[in-house]
Design a binder for this molecule. Sequence first.
Ligand SMILES: [Zn+2]
Ligand SMILES: [Zn+2]
Length: 454
Amino acid sequence: MAKASGEKKLDPKKPHITDERITKANWFKHVNWLNVTLIIGVPIYGMITAYYTPLHLKTAIFAFAYYFMTGLGITAGYHRLWAHTCYSARLPLKIFLAAVGAGAVQGSIRWWSRDHRAHHRYTDTDKDPYSVRKGLVYSHIGWMIMKQNPKRIGRTDISDLNDDPVVVWQHRNYIKCVIFMGMVFPCLVSGLGWGDWMGGFIYAGILRIFVVQQATFCVNSLAHWLGDQPFDDRNSPRDHVITAFVTLGEGYHNFHHEFPSDYRNAIEWFQYDPTKWSIWVWKQLGLAYDLKQFKQNEIEKGRLQQMQKKLDQKRQTLDWGIALEQLPIIDWDTYQTEAKNGRALVAVAGVVHDITDFIKDHPGGKALITSGIGKDATAIFNGGVYNHSNAAHNLLSTMRVGVLRGGCEVEIWKRAQRENKDISFVSDSAGQKIIRAGSQVTRIAEPVASADAA
Ligand SMILES: [Zn+2]
Ligand SMILES: [Zn+2]
């Protein structure tokens, strides 16, 4: 399937069909009819014929096992061994993976890996051969059933693949490999094994190919559309257990795009990644070696940064009060006059708060809170009368209306800023100040002495 695309020598002077807009008159020229036949037509024939073909238990078990093997040919072979060189394989394993990979009918290793490297390098751009930005259906199947301009696909280096004799041999003999491993081999096993030639052809051949193909296509579509993004949310790849179940463990795709040369897709032991388990078993058998694994430290860094990004987004939805530098500067006399004239203003650590709407809700009662009106309530608030909670400091900050000019109140504020220098001025990725618990400007460590001096 799709073997021919991109392999023919192009006449650079001749415009490619994709340069023309799709119209009623030319749409059929845009369709890749060979691929339509192989990935849609043949499976439909298989389904119709299956209706008249009894399914024997042995054939069913073999079809499932062969599905798993040919799927591994793609996930452990084409993808993790050849496209990403996540590990090295001895010759017998390479030959096995190249053979069962051909049985999955998804193009040669060379063609598949080149496109896949372009997919990683140019994810979500026009140079991505199966960009999900062009729609879920396009990323799943559209890019194969519609003709593609090979010049559009991003360039990648595949010199290592051209040096691999197994890859080169499979590429040169691809059609023979596909026909034998895709159709003849399952037929022979079922036919010679238990006399079910037709069942082998339909179930272990055609329909099994259909399932493996659709499963693999899900990595390009579903894995870029469904699930979480614990490592980076700037591009489309996502992690989801459903995709993992469908794709022999390739569903932890957000991780995979961040750490593509890691032989694992799932990093937790309880996550479903039979491709990883197979590679590990091959290592124990001496068939695979040099399994690459990113350091946990690097993985945790990526996870933490993404968590921080989410925290920043959440923080920005909350009311932290007007920023101090945006508040008007009020003289001490003006503050006292306004308070005397009936405005419920309270100064704490040089910041003036309007508590009018809060007096009736004050947990400590009306009398205590009103006693602070028109005064420097720094010490009262910070333990002189009651050592207010972190939540109280947070709430108070939403009532700020001004900053006192000069005087020791401002000095207290400045000192507080100095003391908490490391934390007070931390900003998030959008430049918003981060106010950590216990480091609000109204919180003063030893306020009584300073306030007495006032
Ligand atoms: Zn991807
Ligand atoms: Zn990949």
